[in-house]
Design a protein around this ligand. Structure first.
Ligand code: ZN
Length: 474
């Protein structure tokens, strides 16, 4: 499998990332006001998600010295939304302040902030855990990582305190310490990095109201900040306690709520039957004179644009490769599933588009691993290729991966021009047998360019293949 050299400058790549959720709003105003009206002008985008009544807000910006990518949910209830938005805004403001204070030290590497949201529904009765992960790097200092958890009851329009779930007694704190310690010691990953004294301190601190705990459909999860109870290399450890094990920690109200979760009944949902894939049984096209081209789409899935692209590809019987972001697959699993069902190749583009060259080997691998899991859960299939954000390969990470990193030979710069004619022109002028074309399925201008591109390439005698099919020809 060929590895390709980085064809564009990193700075261009960074811009791609920044624009990866925008449908065309370039930031003009330096205003920090994040009221809904301003958000739109200010490089933010609101999208519907698979969760009823919950939208996802993306706030993205790049300047000379820094860039940030912020995601947070928006609820129908103003009361809930305001508090969440206030938090996201405060994270952003703090970052911008730090950047300002360190401005003179920021030279080669831009400062960056990523605020990622994950949503867990626990019981289908309007109770959600919102889990924020914040990672920032300023002026070459050690990156900071911390988390923040909100538990919301959408139906009652209120936040739930963790102390409503865990009965806060001295005995329970001791129990919790034992359980958490046991989990840390049982984890080959965390055991060598775990500081027992720090956990003791954490659990006996009266100010600690377990605000780092959230609830999934299977367990209580405790998410610790970097350095809180482990060495930095552990990042932000998450310790899951299955409901059965946590039973005695719960308040009566929550014991009742979770009654039907206690009888341990492990439905194995991982047992995906392979969907029959028509193409696999067909003889491979093996003409040696046929020209081939691989269309690739990054940074999705997107609830509308990805679907439109799939439909157009179907129309031209074209197969393509979609390099997806894990945190977006998490929000749009059905879209990811549709990509797979239509026979396209699944690519791993990391969890939330961090520059892997700024991460340690383990952190980088985690970015890919979480995404692999998310894609597998959504589609029942494993991604077969990876593509590092910005084309920036971390050699250590790459050497530890079993999958090839696929970059591109033609960069349509679709994120930059937002112009279907310009995108089409770049393809027409540069395409040759074996080209790998980079586009982004999150942009509506790219959607408009797809049909002219397919039309042209078809007339020129090209066959549309996935990157793996292309590379096996070499
Ligand atoms: Zn990308």
């Amino acid at each position: 499998m060929k590895r390709r050299r980085r064809p564009t400058k990193l700075t261009y790549g960074i811009l791609i990332g920044l624009i990866f959720l925008l449908v065309g709003f370039i930031i003009k105003s330096p205003n920090d006001d994040t009221s809904e009206v301003n958000l739109k002008k200010n490089g933010s985008l609101i999208e519907h998600t698979r969760y009823e009544g919950i939208d996802l807000i993306s706030d993205i910006k790049e300047e000379d010295k820094y860039y940030f990518v912020i995601h947070y949910p928006k609820f129908e209830s103003k009361k809930l939304s305001n508090e969440i938005e206030e938090y996201a805004t405060s994270v952003k403001k703090k970052f911008l302040k730090t950047v300002k204070e360190n401005e003179e030290y920021i030279k080669n590497h831009k400062s960056s902030l990523f605020l990622t949201t994950e949503l867990y529904t626990s019981f289908g009765d309007g109770i959600y855990s919102i889990v924020f992960s914040e990672g920032s790097y300023v002026a070459g200092a050690n990156g900071e990582q911390r988390g923040k958890v909100y538990l919301v009851d959408v139906n009652k329009e209120k936040f739930i305190q963790q102390s409503e779930i865990i009965k806060d007694t001295e005995e329970n704190r001791r129990k919790l310490y034992d359980i958490l310690k046991g989990e840390f010691m049982n984890s080959p990953e965390y055991k060598p990095l775990f500081f027992d004294d720090f956990l003791k301190e954490w659990v006996s601190d009266e100010k600690n109201k377990f605000s780092n705990m959230y609830v999934t459909d299977k367990s209580l999860v405790f998410m610790f900040n970097k350095y809180e109870v482990t060495a930095g290399a552990a990042g932000m450890p998450k310790i899951s306690i299955p409901f059965d094990k946590a039973r005695n920690l719960l308040t009566d109200e929550w014991k009742e709520k979770l009654t039907d979760k206690f009888t341990k009944n492990d439905e194995d949902t991982n047992n995906y039957s392979d969907k029959p894939n028509k193409n696999e049984s067909e003889p491979k096209h093996n003409s040696s004179i046929g020209k081939k081209v691989a269309l690739t789409f990054d940074d999705g899935p997107h609830p509308e644009n990805t679907i439109k692209i799939i439909d157009l590809l179907d129309k031209y019987e074209a197969k393509a490769t979609f390099f997806m972001l894990g945190n977006r697959v998490n929000f749009y699993p059905k879209i990811a599933a549709k990509v797979a069902e239509h026979g396209h190749e699944l690519g791993n583009h990391t969890w939330n588009h961090k520059d892997l060259t700024k991460l340690s080997k383990d952190e980088g691998l985690k970015e890919y691993e979480r995404t692999r899991q998310s894609i597998e859960e959504a589609t029942g299939k494993s991604p077969t290729v990876v593509r590092p954000p910005y084309g920036a390969i971390n050699e250590e990470v790459q050497n530890a991966l079993s999958k090839p990193s696929i970059l591109w030979t033609i960069d349509t710069l679709d994120w930059k021009s937002q112009d279907p004619d310009e995108i089409t022109r770049i393809v027409k002028e540069n395409v040759q047998d074996g080209s790998i074309i980079l586009m982004h399925d999150i942009q509506s201008s790219t959607v408009q360019a797809i049909e002219p591109i397919l039309q042209f390439l078809k007339e020129e005698g090209y066959e549309f293949v996935t990157v793996s099919e292309l590379n096996t020809e070499y």
